[in-house]
Structures are given as structure tokens and as C-alpha cells.
Design a protein. Structure first.
Length: 447
């Protein structure tokens, strides 16, 4: 009965570790249980051969690599899982014994709190940043994560485009795949892919957790107190917990998770305002969107759902899946070119070479084959236009304006929507059966 071990361990490990919480009352007066899940990036005790096999040969930082805040509602009918990206720029809590220190508060990446003051400072820093009370703690490493996935018989992972990250050892084709613990570790750790950074990686981590929780539920590993107790006992042998977390807590939480349907489990990433905030001595960091993130913490503190809350994630009239700034467009109409340029697209006006007599019908967008998402973004700005993929086209998207009047609609690109908007587990699940039952193919190099 190591199934629940994996369920909670995965909520606690996702590539390396975690911190779990007990019955809690938040600062805003709401009720429920808050569980902090963190992964530790440490190579201590891992042999050179193991580092090569796991593709974790880089230098460890002894910091948190993965962090999830899990809120279990008071009535235990909903779970909200919020990922806190490792590069989030926050103000640390005061080290133990220095709570009354009047000196300037230290700031840095949220993952650095662990290196400074271990789990205790990590928890208090998250509490300071969110205003929520954290209750329980679990911690494991790279090998623990690998073993947890293997104990489940592997995991289902998916991607709509090939993923390659030499640093993490990831090389996976588009589609749905069945991966072993090693392959899953590479999938959830990869950061150096298109779009690089934490948000895409965090979403992949959330997908893996969704799949594993669904499988645990389907297999009955969380079906009742007895099965939850057996798994919790196994969990206590493989992960670290804080002194406020006992077997009873783990049974209660595991049993509650096992009774939730996919539409009652929510996943989100903290909304980001600045994606590359440079800080001397710290490097590139992520700055939370103040209003949206506060709305997120307020919702959790009040024990409310986070999906569908427009204060957390506003709903633009026309949402763009990709950034218009990265789409080079040639337009043969001066007015349309100007309107698209003001909309953020990289536009070249080719109206001087436009035909004297415009063809009947709407605009035609000719675009490089394989860039369907960018084509959809441009088409959203030109409603009613027709799309035509060009197999051997260059980097440009060519817009041929027809005789029909062309309205240009304002599109809104929000990376938070594309990569971290609140969604239910039902929306995150991989569609279709796995295409293979094998480890993710290793890439060369070490991560």
C-alpha cells in the first residue's frame, strides 16, 4: 500500500521535496487546512553515478526547487493547489530568534529561504508573503521522487510540441507518454525550453500531480481511513515531516483528497507582474502581481474557490495564447498595419506593393507551417480572416487585405493566462492514451 505514499509524496516532492499543513485558520479569518509543498534541490548523499543517471549533475543550491501551497477546504469538498515559482522575489521572514530585529528586511528569491534557515524559515517566509497560516511539512529528494513514481508504475505526461532540455536530460516528442520515475523527474525539472523558466515547468508539475491523484483515487488507495492509514504509515518512512504533522493528519488529508472529483481540485500559479526583474546579487527574479496575488490569498483565506474569480485572473475580451511582439507580420494595407502595430505585433507595412484591385472576401493570413498558435493570435486580431499555412515559408506572417472592410480587434496577451491561470484538474488532465510505455529519452549533457 505504497500508493498514498506517492500521492502525498508527489504533492510533497514534485522533483525533490515538500512541506504539509494541519487544521488552519488564516489571517483573514477563513478556515481550512493549508499545506505547503516544497522540493529541495540538494545533491548531498547522491553518488556521481546517481547524479549522471538522474541527470542532476549540476551544483545543488540546498534550496527549494518546487513549492506548492495546498488548501483543503473546511468541508473537505475542495482542494486548491497553488504553485509558488522558485524565483519569486519576496521579503524573508526574520531568522529564528530575531523576530524583534528592527534592521532592514532581507529580500531574495523564495527558494533561498531554505538555504538560510531551513524548513522553519521557508514556512514563515511563505506565511509572511501570503498572509496565510501553514500547518504541515513533508520533504524528500530526487531519488525519493523517482522511487515514488516507480512505485505507482510510472506516470502519464503530455505535451503539444516536442520538448528538449539538455540540462535536465529531457527529449520527448509531442503527444501523451507513459514515463518511469527517471523520465518523469526530467519532465518536471526541465526549465530551458521554449518558453524558458518556471511557469511552463510548474504547469507540467501540476499535470503530473493531477494524473497521479486520479490514478490513486481510481485504484482505491485513498478510499477510506484504513487504506489511507497504511499509505500514511509508508509515507512517514520515506519523507520528512514537521513536529505538528502526525499520522492522524496525514490520514485525514489523504482520505479527503481521495474523495474529491477532478472538478473539485483546482490548480494555479501565483500571478506574475514582472517576469524578469533583475536584482544585483540575486539575478533574474519574478515579481508577483500585487492585486491579483492578494486576491488569490484572500480567496484561500476565506475558503473560497479560486477558479472563475476575475480578481485573480481577469477575463479579457479577446485573449491571445501567444505574445504579439514575437509575431513578425507583413501587411499590404497601411491602416491595418498601423492598427496591428499599436496592438503589439511586429509589423512591416507593404501597402506600396498591394494590388490596385483588392480581391473579394476577407483578409488572408499566410503563415509558416507549424506556428498555429501564433496564427490563431493574429487571426483573433483580424476576425473573419482566412488562414493558410505555407510549408516552406519564411518567418513572416503575410496579411493580404481583401475588398471587405477589416476591423482590427484588440487582443490581450497575459502569460499568466497562458501558463498559470486557475483551472480544475479536469482541464489539466492529459487527453488520450499514452503513446509509449518507456522512459523519456535522455538528452546529452547534465542538468
Amino acid at each position: 500500500m505504497r500508493r498514498l505514499t506517492v500521492a502525498l509524496t508527489l504533492l510533497a516532492t514534485l522533483a525533490s521535496g515538500s512541506y504539509l499543513g494541519s487544521q488552519a485558520v488564516s489571517a483573514s479569518g477563513g478556515r481550512g487546512t493549508n499545506i505547503l509543498v516544497v522540493g529541495i534541490d540538494s545533491r548531498t548523499g547522491i553518488s556521481a553515478a546517481e547524479k549522471r543517471r538522474l541527470h542532476v549533475g549540476g551544483k545543488g543550491c540546498n534550496c527549494t526547487d518546487v513549492m506548492m501551497l495546498v488548501h483543503l477546504s473546511e468541508d473537505q469538498r475542495r482542494a486548491s493547489v497553488v504553485s509558488l515559482p522558485r524565483d519569486s522575489y519576496v521579503e524573508y521572514a526574520a531568522p529564528a530568534g530575531k523576530a524583534g530585529d528592527t534592521g532592514p528586511a532581507r529580500r531574495g528569491k523564495i527558494n533561498g529561504a531554505y538555504a538560510i534557515g531551513g524548513a522553519d524559515l521557508t514556512v514563515r517566509t511563505v506565511e509572511k508573503a501570503t498572509g496565510l497560516h501553514i500547518d504541515h511539512y513533508l520533504e524528500t529528494g530526487f531519488t525519493g521522487f523517482e522511487q515514488a513514481v516507480n512505485n505507482l508504475g510510472g506516470a502519464t505526461v503530455c505535451t503539444d510540441k516536442p520538448l528538449f532540455d539538455e540540462n535536465a536530460g529531457l527529449d520527448i516528442a509531442a503527444g501523451v507518454h507513459h514515463t518511469d520515475g527517471n523520465g518523469t523527474l526530467r519532465y518536471v525539472r526541465a526549465r530551458h525550453i521554449n518558453r524558458p523558466g518556471d511557469l511552463g515547468r510548474v504547469r507540467r508539475q501540476q499535470r503530473v500531480v493531477t494524473d497521479l491523484l486520479a490514478r490513486l483515487t481510481a485504484e482505491g488507495a485513498l478510499a477510506g481511513p484504513a487504506s489511507a492509514a497504511r499509505t500514511a504509515q509508508a509515507l512517514l518512512k520515506s519523507v520528512r515531516t514537521d513536529d505538528r504533522t502526525d499520522l492522524h493528519d496525514l490520514i485525514r488529508i489523504g482520505w479527503a483528497l481521495g474523495r474529491l472529483s477532478a472538478d473539485r481540485t483546482e490548480f494555479a500559479t501565483v500571478p506574475i507582474r514582472v517576469f524578469d526583474h533583475r536584482v544585483p546579487g540575486v539575478g533574474s527574479t519574478l515579481v508577483w502581481h500585487e492585486a491579483r496575488s492578494q486576491a488569490l490569498w484572500d480567496a484561500l483565506g476565506a475558503d473560497r474557490p479560486i477558479t472563475g474569480d476575475t480578481r485573480i485572473q481577469p477575463a479579457p475580451d479577446t485573449s491571445a495564447a501567444t505574445n504579439p511582439a514575437g509575431i513578425a507580420v507583413r501587411v499590404d494595407d497601411a491602416a491595418v498595419a498601423a492598427a496591428l502595430r499599436s496592438n503589439g505585433f511586429a509589423v512591416t507595412d507593404t501597402s506600396k506593393s498591394a494590388p490596385a484591385v483588392r480581391p473579394a472576401g476577407p483578409p488572408v493570413i499566410s503563415y509558416p507551417a507549424g506556428r498555429d498558435e501564433d496564427a490563431a493570435t493574429l487571426a483573433a486580431a483580424l476576425p473573419g480572416s482566412r488562414l493558410r499555412a505555407v510549408p516552406k515559408g519564411d518567418k513572416f506572417f503575410d496579411v493580404a487585405v481583401g475588398a471587405r472592410a477589416v476591423p482590427v480587434r484588440k487582443v490581450t496577451y497575459d502569460r499568466n493566462v497562458a501558463e498559470g491561470a486557475p483551472v480544475t484538474a479536469a482541464r489539466l488532465r492529459c487527453a488520450g492514451p499514452p503513446a509509449q510505455a518507456a522512459p523519456v529519452a535522455p538528452a546529452k549533457g547534465e542538468g
